[in-house]
Design a protein around this ligand. Structure first.
Ligand SMILES: Nc1ncnc2c1ncn2[C@@H]1O[C@H](COP(=O)(O)OP(=O)(O)OP(=O)(O)O)[C@@H](O)[C@H]1O
Length: 241
């Protein structure tokens, strides 16, 4: 594990994880308060980045900016060759659908659907020819993450099982970028440890660029690089320890 400075530059991981270049990023509240100020962040494709910091430090704000969920009004956020600051909301949504898998805290699962159908949901937005392959990958990810009886509605799943379905869905889509917000929240220690091993193992095997916000130091310790935020800005060197 190293801090974010001094990364060698590489455009893409083994299977195309996108490189990230953030420059002069400032995110403000609707009233103009600076919520996040990130002068520079560069990650080679396929890097696993952990983002930590106290509550209110700006971690979720960063994740939203990286996902293109908010407009990039000041600075640039570049994934590979795509500069999110040059895209409108529709362009960012299209980029997100194609390139970014998201594991967010509310999981965004549909209770009326089975685990299988939730995990295979991205197939709905793919060309017909790709759908069967994605469904097969979703089924394999669910098994790989230790879930069985996946024809059952996720309404009856535990919090940890729902988290696994959300991860299976994000991984099955094969996106080159994975963004995770507190992926081990609501899990007990043993389940969290298993999830950390699965998530990092699968991301590394696929060459995915993973950015995970977490208070869980065991997850942070498994990442390649760590960004510590406080009061909406990066904390460097000894301050971050
Ligand atoms: N739309 C908004 N308007 C005003 N303030 C906001 C807005 N969104 C976020 N904030 C503030 O920005 C700061 C950073 O919030 P953020 O959710 O990014 O923190 P965090 O580090 O993810 O915290 P936590 O660990 O508690 O989830 C907080 O003080 C929050 O209240």
């Amino acid at each position: 594990m190293a801090d974010t400075e001094g990364c060698a530059d590489r455009e893409a991981g083994p299977s195309g994880g996108l490189a990230l270049r953030v420059s002069g990023l400032t995110v403000r509240s609707p009233r103009g308060r600076v919520l996040l100020s990130l002068p520079s962040l560069e990650l080679p494709g396929g890097t696993l980045l952990g983002v930590r910091g106290p509550s209110g430090a700006g971690k979720s704000t960063l994740l939203h900016a990286l996902a293109g969920l908010s407009a990039v009004a000041e600075g640039t956020v570049r994934w590979g060759d795509t500069d999110l600051s040059r895209l409108d909301a529709e362009g960012r949504a299209r980029f997100r659908a194609d390139q970014i898998g998201m594991i967010f805290q509310d999981f965004l699962l549909f209770d009326e659907l089975s685990a299988q159908d939730n995990a295979a949901l991205p197939a709905l937005f793919r060309p017909r020819a790709e759908r069967a392959g994605l469904r097969a990958r979703a089924a394999a990810r669910l098994v790989g993450l230790g879930l069985s009886d996946t024809a059952r509605s996720v309404a009856s799943y535990s919090g940890g099982e729902r988290q696994r379905v959300a991860i299976a869905r994000a991984l099955a889509a094969g996106a080159p970028v994975l963004l995770a917000d507190e992926p081990t929240a609501s899990l007990d220690r043993a389940a969290a440890d298993r999830l950390i091993a699965d998530l990092t193992g699968m991301a590394r095997a696929a060459g995915t660029t993973l950015v995970a916000v977490s208070h869980d130091e065991r997850l942070i310790a498994r990442m390649d690089r760590v960004l510590t935020l406080a009061d909406g800005a990066p904390v460097t060197g000894a301050q971050a320890a």
